[in-house]
Design a protein around this ligand. Sequence first.
Ligand code: SAH
Length: 386
Amino acid sequence: MSFSLGVKENCKPAKKINLMGMPVEKVENFFAELGEKRFRATQILQWIHQKGILDIESMTNFSKPLRRKLISMAEVRPPDIVNCEESTDGTRKWLIQLNGGSCVEAVFIPERSRGTLCVSSQIGCALDCSFCATGKQGFNRDLSASEIIGQVWLACKSLGKFDQNAPQGITNVVMMGMGEPLMNFDNVVDALNIMLDDHGYGLSKRRVTLSTAGVIPAIDKLGDVSDVSLAISLHAPNDELRNELVPINRKYPLGGLVSSAKKYLNKMPDNRRKITIEYTLIDNINDRGHHAHELADLLKELPCKINLIPFNPFYGTQYKRVTNCAMYRFRDILQQHGYTVTIRTTRGDDIAAACGQLAGQVNDKTRRQERYKQKFSDEQPVRMML
Ligand code: SAH
């Protein structure tokens, strides 16, 4: 990798390199190009991700000339927090502004024994799953690695984790915010590496989860470079229904997806790992008893646990939340088939921080947002007549 450190003829000075999103190997290469020792890389990571320091001048174990050299060509810049909301249940949601004016959201969910941060990977999402609010916002662009890990940095800062003696805030990270992480592969992998690095956030690979709607080639590639926990957003037990709910299924149907998930586990050195299957239960769409039996059959060869998510409604959606009765029946059937099943408790819904409610502010390049609003306003009189 080359960093082009100089100033080209007749050009503006080269844009400063943002060290925030660089995993250790990339910082090592950067220092090697400067003729500096590679071990400086771990020091930089510690300053940024463990001590929360952004100001290169304050990195006192670097000599003054080195600091000056670094300041002339590099910076450490997280995105900006423009709003923070706290739910009655302690869930916090940050609205984070990025270059170009769009915003994404990150959510912190505190529980008794852990604190989970839900991180976004794209501005909007191109996949347009029919039950997801993010999809309705359309798509703008991928987040850079700095913008992804910057959400973790901002959350740590805001929770006081960088202060001495502060209690450990974030124990788990889930890539379940806005966007499809596997459609932004390289930047997401860089950010994951910083989360896992002992000189970064030092999180355990079991406590970092990437959730995907099922981009099969990217799952296969991920297994070659990472061993984070994998969650698959399944939501339907057959292709016909899944094509409707998760349109990327038309390209990557269920049979191949389940095999790819199995292959991912086979690449892990530890054979006790399991895939998490996410299944959003929508009233009268995918919550019937026969769906549960079909799901049990589909997954019988895959070491997995199943996480049921009651559908969270959002403005304009035609879907309704599953009834409690249907949800418990669905869970019981899966348990009778021998699966470990959890029901995801809805957190932070009073601040629209629950699954699928994250919408940020997307300067939509796809015009999907406009079409969706139009469709909703066209349908409105009909609804009112019913
Ligand atoms: N694109 C990735 C990650 C983002 S979504 C993925 O599809 O996995 C995180 C989880 O919330 C996914 O399982 C998603 O399907 C689910 N979800 C989306 N919209 C939802 C809604 N309205 N109610 C409940 N869960 C939803």
